[in-house]
Design a protein around this ligand. Structure first.
Ligand SMILES: NC(=O)c1ccc[n+]([C@@H]2O[C@H](COP(=O)([O-])OP(=O)(O)OC[C@H]3O[C@@H](n4cnc5c(N)ncnc54)[C@H](OP(=O)(O)O)[C@@H]3O)[C@@H](O)[C@H]2O)c1
Length: 285
């Protein structure tokens, strides 16, 4: 298959490029060479490549930036996502739109399945929800893939931030009342690679299994890295003011892809693997 990936230098896009290149012909684009909010340029690039599948991993992922500039968020994550789906539709390609657990309000008591009603509570979540709607409207051959709390080697990531602060002896205060699914980008990329082989278009939740608060995620990471004795203070969202309001309890439940045998391992196993690969696990025995 020929697959075109936008946002190809991002956390997920770069891993998709690597994973899919083993079995497919893959072209990757990112800023500055291709801006998905530039309809004419995007359309020309997709026409020239003539892919069978377009994966939109491009997004404005700065949630606090989105809260400060909701119009820009809507342009980048709503309108531009629709552009990608329409450009794909014009060449007869399917589209994968990557979305987020932040389309939910976080007020529930149970993990959200694929059919739970969306009710975003911040501009990032709203813009991603708008992107989902736009994609559904213009390209019936769509996979909407919602995920959460990605961690990846290189660049910004929660795990390295926690380990870095612990080693620097900085006080560690982590939110305990925000819950979702820590998800390894390697596992997500592999699951997307399986999903696009199915031809079963629809909405999917692809996350490492299980859920954790940010505090539990940090505590588990420190323990595995041999830093379990480092003090970690649990704080509430109210004690961590920021421009965006995250949903409190918005873990995703994979019920749809699981029917086709596409499941991600538990988040704890994924964190352990990530740390092992990064050389962050102390030698045992
Ligand atoms: N990271 C998470 O925890 C998380 C959680 C849930 C869902 N998601 C979703 O997962 C997807 C991938 O996220 P990620 O963490 O891989 O994001 P990322 O690391 O921020 O990568 C996004 C990439 O898209 C590029 N980009 C931004 N605006 C663009 C535009 N207008 N045209 C073309 N490229 C553009 C970015 O370039 P610049 O860096 O130059 O801006 C970046 O290379 C996104 O749809 C995101 O909403 C992420």
């Amino acid at each position: 298959m020929h697959i075109l990936i936008t946002g190809a230098r991002g956390r997920l896009g770069s891993r998709l490029l690597h994973t899919l290149a083993a079995a497919h012909h893959v072209s990757g684009y990112d800023l500055p060479e291709l801006d998905i909010s530039d309809w004419a340029a995007l359309r020309a690039a997709v026409r020239a490549a003539a892919p069978q599948v377009v994966i939109n991993a491009a997004a404005w992922t700065d949630v606090d930036g989105c809260a400060r500039d909701p119009q820009k968020a809507l342009l980048m994550n709503g309108y531009a996502a629709q552009n990608v789906a329409l450009a794909a539709a014009e060449v007869g390609a399917a589209v994968v739109q990557v979305s987020t657990n932040e389309v939910f309000d976080g007020q529930g008591r149970h993990p959200c399945d694929e059919y739970a009603p969306c009710a975003p509570i911040n501009p990032y979540g709203y813009s991603k929800w708008a992107g989902e709607q736009g994609v559904r409207q213009v390209n019936p051959r769509h996979y909407i893939v919602r995920t959460a709390w990605l961690f990846a080697h290189g660049g910004r990531n929660f795990i390295q931030a926690i380990l870095g602060a612990a080693r620097a002896g900085k006080p560690l205060r982590v939110v305990i009342d925000e819950v979702a699914n820590p998800t390894f980008n390697d596992d997500l990329a592999a699951a997307i690679a399986d999903l696009i082989e199915t031809g079963r278009y629809g909405t999917y939740h692809l996350v490492n299994e299980g859920a954790a608060s940010r505090y539990a995620f940090a505590r588990y990471t420190l323990e595995l890295a041999g830093l379990g004795a480092v003090p970690l203070e649990p704080i509430s969202l109210a004690q961590w003011p920021r421009p965006s309001t995250p949903p409190r309890y918005a873990p995703l439940l994979n019920t749809a892809a699981a029917q086709m045998g596409i499941r991600l391992r538990p988040w704890q196993a994924a964190v352990a693997d990530f740390l092992r690969q990064a050389g962050e696990m102390p030698a045992t025995g």
